[in-house]
Design a protein around this ligand. Structure first.
Ligand code: GDP
Ligand code: GDP
Length: 455
């Protein structure tokens, strides 16, 4: 186990809980209920859409990841049974605990029995949730027919609509999850997600990077799932490459459902401090690359763009710049990410990645004092006056950094409306010119003080 091998270095991993069941039983209703209003500060990025098929949930101060498998299924001509099989496969592959949902109003159907059989084969803990038991105080007789499915745990009656029974369900989920490794002290370890489309060379680069230095390839401690992280310790630092199993092995399910591989990338990104976006030099930058880059950007992660297979490209003295320009145009929302050209095959520049990872991580972790920030802000406003509209002028009072990873700043002003996108961009550029922040997104949160009449 990792803990024994590395002293205090332990991999953090939240348990994953998947909700599975026929269409319309109430999976997304429950999902939404359990994740509650989890609002985070997310900036708009044109062209990047993110489906909410998984989210973090919390109960009694324990956190886990909840997946709504219904949300994964593309609209297709598939029969319900086929869809269910896919859901079940995803749940079985990815989840530590499965919530199997049935509908008391519809009763126990043949499809429910089929899915129960598929799920039981997994050997994973299964909690049977009988939904739409809306009447308060009494459990209807129909509930008892679900005992027929023969799961180890007692079924739980609930109403996702009203929220009744969800406490019992959450208690059951916590009982089945293993949180033993989740209070890990992973200070000093930089978690790295290598992301990119299939065949970009992710496994090859990781193999090159880890090489002789590879310390441990181990199952994530305390979980039954097959996520494998690879830990490397060298003179630059300690690095944890996330979900290397998912990168090496092309699973049947992933091949069939693009959304699932995106989900997997999403989860790796979520656990990461730094993302390496792997691009195949032979293909150039593609739409899929743009989509994957968007995941890292939206999640606010520090990012490095690595163009792999550089050995396979015919080059003259303008090739590198032309490639860079294409990347900057396609990924216009992440001008902060450094670009490196490398080859897993020859090993060219692969070793440069370590100091780069460390540097972008440090940049993302920087904290600027309020005094220094406001000096910068005053300079910026002197150089370019805040905009005005219909006789009203934007006044910026002050700004302060509220968090790191990514660096997030709150700016207080008289009117949010007057704070146009272009001025926002200008302030972000000033922050970067003054402080660097290379490799990390920056978040600016505009807060209006007063009713906007102070203009
Ligand atoms: P999914 O396809 O399994 O994700 O199901 P949905 O969450 O979309 O729910 C399907 C329908 O069932 C919706 O009309 C919900 O409002 C309804 N529904 C969900 N939970 C309950 C419940 O506890 N009681 C009742 N009466 N209806 C529910
Ligand atoms: P992954 O799916 O992103 O993990 O990609 P792999 O690491 O499995 O690599 C996909 C293919 O690209 C394999 O056939 C590799 O041999 C090849 N490949 C990987 N890196 C390089 C490289 O730097 N140069 C060349 N010419 N081929 C590479």
């Amino acid at each position: 186990m990792l803990r024994k091998n590395c002293g205090k270095v332990v991999i953090m991993a939240k348990p994953i809980v998947a909700i599975v069941g026929r269409p319309n039983v109430g999976k997304s209703t429950l999902f939404n209920k359990l994740i509650g209003e989890r609002r985070s500060i997310v900036e708009d990025t044109p062209g990047v859409t993110r489906d909410r098929i998984y989210a973090e949930a919390e109960w009694n101060e324990k956190k886990f990841i909840l997946i709504d498998t219904g949300g994964i299924e593309p609209k297709s001509e598939d029969t319900i049974l086929k869809q269910m099989r896919t859901q079940a496969e995803i749940a079985v592959e990815t989840a530590d605990v499965i919530v199997f949902m049935c509908d008391i109003r519809a009763g126990l159907l043949a499809d429910d029995r089929d899915i129960a059989i598929m799920l039981k084969k997994s050997g994973k803990p299964i909690i049977l949730a009988v939904n739409k038991a809306d009447s308060i105080g009494s459990v209807p007789l129909e509930f008892y027919e679900f005992y027929e499915l023969g799961f180890e745990r007692e079924p739980i009656a609930l109403s996702s609509l009203h929220g009744t029974g969800s406490g019992d369900l959450l208690d059951a989920i916590l009982e089945e999850c293993d949180f033993s490794e989740c209070e890990a002290d992973d200070e000093g370890v930089i978690n790295v997600a290598v992301i990119g489309k299939p065949n970009a060379g992710k496994s090859s680069v990781i193999n090159r990077m880890c090489g002789e230095q590879r310390l441990i390839v181990s199952d994530v401690a305390g979980t039954t799932r097959d996520a494998v992280d690879t830990l490397v310790k060298n003179e630059v630092g300690v690095f944890n490459f996330i979900d290397t199993a998912g990168i090496r092995r092309h699973s049947k399910v992933e091949d069939r459902i693009e959304k699932f591989s995106v989900l997997r990338a999403n989860m790796a990104v979520e656990r990461s401090d730094v993302c390496i976006l792997m691009i195949d030099a032979q293909d150039g930058i593609t739409e899929q690359d743009e989509k994957i880059a968007g995941i890292a950007h939206e999640a606010g992660k520090a990012c490095i763009i690595a163009v792999n297979k550089w050995d396979a490209i015919e080059k003259d003295n303008s090739t590198t710049n032309a490639f860079k320009n294409k990347i900057r145009t396609s990924l216009a929302y992440m001008p902060y990410a450094p670009i490196i050209f490398l080859s897993a095959k020859t090993g060219q520049r692969v070793a440069h990645l370590y100091p780069m990872i460390r540097e972008v991580f440090m940049q993302a972790s920087r904290r600027i004092t309020t005094g220094v920030l406001n000096d910068m802000l005053n300079d910026a406003m002197t150089r370019v006056q805040p905009p005005s509209d219909k006789g009203k002028r934007l006044k910026i009072y002050y700004m302060t950094q509220v968090s790191t990873n990514p660096p997030t700043f709150v700016i207080f002003c008289n009117s949010e409306e007057l704070f146009h996108f272009s001025y926002r961009r200008y302030i972000e550029n000033c922050l970067r010119d003054t402080f660097g922040f290379e490799g990390t997104p920056i978040r600016l949160v505009i807060r209006q003080k007063g009713d906007g009449s102070d203009t």
